[in-house]
Design a protein around this ligand. Structure first.
Ligand SMILES: Nc1nc2c(ncn2[C@@H]2O[C@H](COP(=O)(O)OP(=O)(O)OP(=O)(O)O)[C@@H](O)[C@H]2O)c(=O)[nH]1
Ligand SMILES: [Mg+2]
Length: 449
């Protein structure tokens, strides 16, 4: 197997960088350039050596070498982590020296893929590594870390084993069918299948919440042109991110920015004003608003409170009809222009002045509250689409098996559903896998992880 190398820390200007090398020839290849009191090949596992990286008699950098001998390493192979100075030159130079000596540049996620192949992590844990790196808020990082350290993976593994055993018992029953000997307790099997189904249901129900933790809570700001959407967007972010003008139709393409409220990453999207237009670019922008309304976890509908025309209210009602499952929050803007600033408070309506930053904090807190109600910060796992799909498959098979068992179907008939349910769960943890699945998963990783 090839010996791989990549920078594990982010590229660019930094005090230090770490370069990771993994594979059977890791020690031998790094020893070619390393000069210290001891050769790496003679070093004990889990020790750090200090010395120089040398090429043609020139010192390239002072380095520390962390030594991890197989199988006691992240990947399960011999691994070295070279600590060197950061920046754009030194880490690249060290990597190119190692490649000229025989190392290969690692593919995305290849270190973690090796850890999986060598049995150091299961697939859910490997996916948790990627989630941990890409975390956008503390709760999502905590959930990924929980998943990385086991979480539900043991329970899923136990359930899979049990389902495969049940399938085997049902298959065995076929061989004894003529002897009229009951070799299994069908009420116990029903109980086991039902508890497997409950666990799948429980985990699957956390998908929306996990999505919010992973991707953020999407808030789409929409309304008529000139209602003050971009002014509000800037006020929420506390910076001049979007262009504001009194010309209706200023915003064309949508803009997206996030902030953290109540520990949740909230992604605000400023969109083009909704109106009929002959302008091609503007109408393309308006089409995008509808995509962003579908993707949203919450829609802020902004209305210029001084506008007497019914157009805004009509569009608001049309949108509510078009997206019945969507959450809406109605926001009256430009309240500073009202005489005496008086407006009767209404349920699900917030009155603000984006320009004067009046009640922006109140609006943010309201959004934070709605987001918090949609997310379970203590999610057991950060379920992804692949896992969600497999849990669904497993549930379909379990439901069929339970129904067939209840209607007194023969074992021959029930066994394949139970086995398929077990196999679908096995794929979640990676107890059964193929290269295509691994390629899909690890292509989303970064190089060096
Ligand atoms: N008085 C007052 N004016 C505001 C307020 N919010 C926005 N405006 C003004 O309204 C005009 C339009 O603001 P924008 O934020 O560009 O409106 P928009 O909804 O993004 O408009 P489009 O991008 O064209 O759809 C600008 O002149 C803003 O200064 C407010 O709270 N009070
Ligand atoms: Mg705008």
């Amino acid at each position: 197997m090839r010996t791989i190398v990549a920078q594990a820390t982010a590229h660019g200007i930094s005090g230090l960088a770490i370069i990771r090398v993994s594979g059977a020839k890791a020690f031998e290849l790094v020893d070619i350039f390393f000069s210290g009191k001891k050769k790496i090949c003679d070093a004990k596992s889990h020790t750090i050596l200090y010395g120089n990286f040398i090429e043609d008699g020139n010192i390239i950098d002072d380095v520390t070498i962390s030594v991890f001998r197989a199988p006691h390493s992240y990947t399960g192979d011999d691994v070295i982590e070279i600590g060197c100075h950061g920046g754009n030159i030194i880490p690249q130079k060290i990597i190119s020296m190692l490649i000229s000596a025989g190392c290969t540049y690692a593919d995305a996620g290849e270190f973690t893929r090796r850890a999986f192949i060598n049995g150091k992590l299961n697939l859910m844990q490997a996916e948790a590594v990627a989630d941990l790196i890409h975390s956008i808020s503390l709760p999502s990082a905590i959930t990924s870390a929980r998943q990385l350290h086991g979480g539900f993976t043991k329970q899923l593994s136990d359930i899979r084993k049990n389902l495969i055993n049940i399938a085997a018992l049902l298959e065995l029953d076929l061989d004894f069918a003529e002897d009229e000997v009951a070799i299994f307790d069908s009420s116990k099997i029903k109980e086991d299948l039902t508890s497997a189904l409950r666990l799948c249901e429980y985990l699957r129900s956390s998908y929306n919440s996990a999505n919010i933790l992973r991707e953020g809570f999407f808030v789409t700001i929409c309304g008529l042109p000139n209602s003050g959407k971009s002014t509000l967007f800037n006020a929420i972010l506390n910076k001049n991110r979007a262009i504001v003008s009194n010309i209706p139709g200023t915003t064309r393409d949508y803009l997206e920015e996030s902030i953290i409220i109540n520990d949740i990453a909230i992604k605000f999207i400023d969109t083009a004003g909704l109106r009929k237009t002959q302008n091609f670019i503007e109408s393309e922008g308006i089409k995008l608003v509808y995509d962003k309304l579908e993707e949203a976890n919450l829609v802020l509908f902004l209305k210029d409170v001084t506008e007497q025309d019914a157009t805004a209210i009509n569009i608001y009602n049309e949108l509510k009809q078009k997206y019945p499952a969507q959450k809406f929050l109605f926001v009256n803007n430009k309240c500073d222009l009202l005489e005496n600033n008086l407006l009767t408070p209404k349920k699900n309506t917030i009155n603000i002045s984006a320009k004067n930053q009046d009640d922006i904090e109140k609006l943010k807190q309201e959004i934070g509250k709605i987001a918090k109600d949609c997310v379970n910060i203590n999610n057991e796992i950060l379920l992804n689409q692949r896992q969600y799909h497999l849990l669904g498959k497993s549930m379909e098979h379990l439901i069929t098996a339970i129904e067939d068992l209840g209607s007194g179907a023969s074992s021959e008939f029930i066994a394949p559903s139970v086995r398929s349910a077990g196999n679908a769960i096995g794929k979640i943890n990676g107890e059964t896998w193929n290269d295509e699945v691994l390629n899909n998963i690890f292509s989303n990783f970064c190089i060096g992880k």
